[in-house]
Design a protein around this ligand. Structure first.
Ligand SMILES: [Mn+2]
Length: 342
């Protein structure tokens, strides 16, 4: 489509791009990479359909943004959803389910009976990571800002790795109900529950600030307490502070103060209250309000931090055409896109 034909006040025509924006990758400043993948989802699959659900909902938005004048003119392009990846996900997911069923019936990760299946799943994850890495590296070398749209929370590792080749140091702001610091959860080396454990193996990532965590295991808490790179703002503490009169604005300033100048935002939709993501894979009561999350990200930009990339993960569509999760996801995604262009 000719960009001149895009009417920011009219009906947006679906064109395969997020928000129906009319730009090609070559023209774009920011490129969104959908990754339809949920091989290691432990509780409830569906995130592989998340990028499509967000895409479908994204054309329903209105384009005015309170922080960015003429936001609709952002040159944002979309890499089409890759159906080979979708197919590989389906195949690897079927094998992963054999592993999960085996473990849930009392088997052990170390058992030889399951080693071949585990090997196949882990290889599929490694292949997916290198695919994301290749896509991201190419775009970063063309000076594009890249956002990954999951998929489960395992998918952005390739983007984080590619960013580490461009930036000598950066921090991650993780909005999430979970700490995601498990080591090879269920034997899966690249589980959605291990993304931050894997991210912290990248030497250029020098700080991880977690917000909204409320479902976390003992070993993860021990790690958080002993690793000076990690700062957790657990949901229970954020809520206690607010009940005792500390404003959200003041809490945001404290969160942001722990981040370096360059920030990657890793937004797991389950960091929000499950009213906003009822179909996500591992919903947890409590969590951030939609507006709290938006305010935190706005405050980050007001504090002059630079967003160098981001992901939005774990959005899963509801059954029977329920588009609510996609709708919320699309609004978070649009705000991420706008804020990264300020
Ligand atoms: Mn997560």
């Amino acid at each position: 489509m000719n960009p001149g034909n895009f009417d920011p006040n009219g009906i947006t025509v679906p064109n395969g791009s997020f928000f129906g924006f009319p730009y090609s990758v070559a023209e774009a400043n920011i490129v969104l990479l959908p990754v339809p993948w949920d091989v290691t989802t432990s509780y409830r699959p569906g995130a592989a359909q998340g990028s499509q659900a967000i895409l479908d909902a994204s054309v329903q938005l209105d384009w005015y943004d309170c922080d960015l004048p003429q936001a609709w003119q952002i040159k944002c392009a979309t890499i089409p959803i890759d159906f080979d990846i979708h197919q590989q996900n389906r195949e690897a997911r079927a094998i992963a389910e054999e592993v999960i069923d085996y473990l849930e019936s009392g088997g052990k990760v170390e058992d030889r009976a399951i080693s071949q299946q585990l090997g196949a799943v882990n290889q599929a994850s490694i292949d997916l990571n290198s695919w994301v890495y290749d896509q991201a590296s190419k775009l970063l070398s063309q000076e594009k800002l890249v956002g990954v749209v999951g998929g489960d929370h395992s998918v952005p590792l390739g983007l984080m790795t590619a960013l580490a080749e461009k930036h000598s140091e950066y921090g991650i702001l993780q909005i999430d109900a979970h700490a995601d610091l498990r080591q090879a959860y269920e034997g899966f080396s690249h589980s959605h529950a291990s993304i931050m454990d894997n991210a912290l193996k990248i030497p250029q990532i020098n700080r991880l600030v977690q917000v909204g965590v409320r479902d976390v295991c003992e070993a993860e808490m021990t790690r958080v307490k002993s690793d000076p790179q990690i700062v957790m703002f657990a949901d229970w503490q954020l809520k206690a502070n607010s009940y005792e009169g500390i404003t959200w604005a003041a809490q945001c300033q404290k969160i942001i103060a722990h981040l370096p100048d360059k920030v990657y935002i890793s937004f797991d939709i389950d960091g929000l209250n499950p009213a906003y993501c009822p179909n996500t894979g591992t919903p947890v009561p409590g969590g951030l309000d939609f507006d709290q999350a938006i305010y935190l990200m706005r405050s980050l930009v007001k504090a002059k931090k630079t967003i160098i990339g981001f992901d939005l993960c774990e959005v899963a569509p509801g059954k029977n055409g329920d588009e609510w999760d996609g709708n919320v996801g699309a609004r978070i995604l649009y705000k991420l896109v706008c804020l990264s262009q300020i």
